[in-house]
Design a protein around this ligand. Structure first.
Ligand code: ADP
Ligand code: MG
Length: 683
């Protein structure tokens, strides 16, 4: 038997059970020993019968004192009863529907029984205990026992025996995927030890050592896989831009860039000068100044005679970017145009003509930028804002219009850095982890319904001072279980109109036509609306510097990262701003969550908390990007390990980019397996 042997050749596994194992994804012995337990049952404690207590699950070692009696109570109900004794007391044992127990257990022999104790005065009993002969090798009692996921036709005992055989047959053959030096540096257990103890831990400490090793191994393989993808992309040649520098650009800026902005710009510049294609994600909290980074690179592309296209998810955002970028780059002589769906055919034709003939240095627009009839001359840089609103396909449609233009993606969704590296497997990441100086934090409060009157008073006071207010309601699905408790945006807007008959209350939600949505948003931007009630459609980047308050209704319905995004809609101007989270859910978990919001304004901290609370599955649940499937590692919880694994992977790949060295063969195989099994995640 070796690692590739089919599981059907294991003793006790016939055709039927092999098929059941196949359903679990287990085909070979390698799969079997890599099929790690779902959890463990601690059966290590053994006690004298007299010292056991009601409800306790323990092992007792006792001799069968009488011949087990089989009674057929009725069809479908067999009982085997027996009595076992140790030096301290008697234990009555009953088996339901296990007639074979009668023959397995012999009078006068000693066994270890594991089960739940039922106590009645001094009497002790157990129902359906697990048992094995005392004095022999302990397989199912007296130790920590693995519990596996099973399929129809398999039970724990079969699994346990199969895994045991698998380990016995090929433990020595398991290749060490980790290079020796890595294992030493990181203080990790050996392969054989890890596989033995992840299944049959000698004790909890051994289990921990095994887990640590295997988690690291899995994340290391993942890190190598990601590193290889990026390495391959990096070798794709792109437009080489080498002319000029940014001196004139920086000199023209109205403010000093933050250190983080400068670093992100330098990252991008290095890419564009490298001769390879840039594929870079700039990730920064709302208000961290990502636009400036884009502007710098657009300027640099223009210096090199190249056109840049800047793609925004909505017309309003395109308009805002046009405004900002014209302010920054116009004075430097860049020729800037706009292309959006709402322009007249004539306007569009004019811009398209300019794009084709090199009449522009920068075009800002929406999806219209990649419609079929748009041709670009010298397209050198594609910038997309708020990446998660564009599908990967849309991004590549625009990229396809140039000869491998450089790509800069900007996202304000603060994802923990390690996860960003995984999700945007094809992108290098620059993080802007510093806000421009002088930002005032948005004061955040979590309140309940009893606060309503005061809240309304506060809204009135702020609007009286000339400020504007956002109110966000959760999306109400038609099949929602508690629709009566959730206010839809429309209902809530009605309520506010009754409360504030003299104020201008508008409402925007996802079911409206794009054009109507944009009109409502535009009136908010223009200051013609005092209170805008919205669903999360306002989550993305709209800039209303005059808005000083955002109220989130049913805040318990939102993820922390989402709340943080929403909060970023205010505090963008010179006015002191507030965020009020209204929730009547006083569950401990909800209160703890909301209190995180009141304590920090740091998007990365919040997303890490969010990830910790919800797990990576939920965190990314609604996103288009799937995460690679992990066996032991938890992408949310094992962030530090991932970081370490990435460092080690980077070192290794620098020395052996394609893992060609013979000693890296097992690793290369695992990396290739991971890439193949998760092809969808590594888009
Ligand atoms: P975001 O990252 O959310 O896109 P923006 O690029 O819109 O952020 O910048 C937010 C605000 O901060 C803008 O008003 C911008 O002018 C200002 N800003 C950007 N960088 C700096 C800086 N280094 N110093 C001062 N203000 C800055
Ligand atoms: Mg922005």
């Amino acid at each position: 038997m070796d690692l590739n042997t089919d599981v059907r050749y294991i003793k006790g596994i016939g055709e039927k059970k092999a098929q059941a194992l196949n359903k679990l994804g287990v085909f070979s012995l390698r799969d079997l020993v890599s099929f790690f337990p779902r959890k463990y049952e601690d059966r290590s404690e053994t006690k004298p019968i007299a010292l056991t207590a009601e409800g306790e699950t323990v092992c007792v070692e006792a001799m069968v004192a009488d011949t087990p009696r089989l009674t057929r109570v009725r069809r479908g109900l067999d009982l085997v009863k027996l009595r076992a004794v140790d030096e301290s007391a008697v234990l009555d044992i009953t088996f339901f529907n296990q007639p074979y127990a009668k023959d397995n257990l012999e009078r006068g022999e000693s066994y270890v029984f594991f089960g739940r104790i039922e106590a009645n005065g001094a009497r002790r009993s157990m129902v359906n205990p697990v048992y094995e002969k005392a004095g022999g090798e302990r397989r199912v009692t007296g130790r920590i026992i693995p519990v596996y996921r099973v399929a129809n036709g398999l039970n724990q005992r079969t699994m346990l025996q199969a895994v045991r055989q698998g380990l016995d047959a090929c433990l020595d053959e398991l290749p060490d995927v980790l290079p020796h030096a890595v294992r030493e540096r990181c203080g990790l257990a050996q392969t054989g030890y890890a596989f033995e103890n992840i299944h049959f831990p000698a004790d909890f400490e051994a289990l921990e050592l095994a887990r640590r090793r295997l988690i690291f191994e899995e994340l290391f393989i993942l890190a190598c896989a990601l590193g290889r993808i990026r390495g391959e992309r990096a070798r794709e040649s792109g437009l080489l831009m080498s002319r000029g520098d940014l001196a004139k650009f920086w000199a023209a800026m109205p403010f000093e860039p933050t250190g983080a902005q400068r670093r992100a710009v330098e990252d991008g510049l290095r890419d564009m000068r490298s001769g390879a294609v840039m594929n870079r994600l700039v990730q920064g909290d709302v208000g961290s100044g990502k636009t400036l980074v884009a502007a710098a690179l657009i300027w640099y592309a223009a210096q090199n005679g190249c056109l840049s296209a800047f793609m925004a998810p909505t017309e309003i955002l395109a308009e805002q970017h046009l405004h900002t970028l014209t302010e920054l780059l116009g004075p430097l002589g860049l020729r800037i145009g706009k292309l959006t769906g709402s322009m007249t055919a004539k306007e569009k034709r004019l811009v398209k003509e300019q794009l084709k003939t090199g009449g522009l240095d920068l075009v800002i627009g929406t999806h219209a930028l990649f419609s079929q009839d748009v041709e670009y001359d010298r397209l050198g840089l594609v910038v997309t804002d708020e990446q998660h609103r564009f599908g990967v396909g849309q991004r590549s449609a625009l990229i396809g219009k140039g000869q491998k233009p450089h790509v800069l993606v900007m996202s304000a969704t603060p994802i923990p850095r390690t996860l960003a590296l995984i999700i945007y497997g094809d992108l290098d990441v620059s993080v802007i982890d510093e806000l421009p100086p002088g930002r005032r934090k948005v004061d955040t409060f979590a309140v309940d319904e009893s606060y309503r009157a005061r809240l309304n008073g506060f809204i009135r006071k702020l609007v009286g001072e000339g400020r504007q207010v956002f109110v966000v309601c959760p999306m109400v699905e038609e099949n929602d279980e508690l629709p009566q408790k959730l206010k839809s945006a429309e209902e809530h807007a009605e309520e506010l109109r009754r409360e504030f008959p003299d104020l201008r209350v508008a409402c925007v939600h996802g079911k409206m036509k794009a054009r109507d949505k944009e009109a409502v948003m535009a009136s908010m931007v223009a200051g013609e609306t005092d209170i805008l009630v919205a669903t999360t459609v306002i989550e993305v980047g709209v800039d209303v510097p005059n808005a000083a308050l955002i109220v989130v209704e049913n805040a318990e319905r939102f993820g922390l990262s989402q709340l943080h995004q929403l909060r970023g809609r205010v505090g963008r101007g010179r006015h002191k701003s507030w965020c009020i989270l209204v929730s009547d859910n006083d569950g401990e978990e909800n209160r703890a969550r909301l209190s995180i919001m009141t304590k920090t304004n740091d998007g990365f901290k919040i997303s890490e908390e969010d990830l910790r609370l919800r797990g990576p599955g939920d965190f990314f649940g609604s996103r288009q990007h799937g995460l690679p499937e992990m066996h032991v590692a938890d992408l949310g919880a094992d962030v530090n390990v991932m970081q370490r694994a990435q460092q080690e992977a980077a070192l290794l790949l620098a020395a052996d980019p394609e893992l060609k060295a013979p000693e890296h063969a097992p690793l290369r195989e695992s990396v290739e397996r991971m890439l193949k099994m998760n092809a969808d995640s590594f888009n």
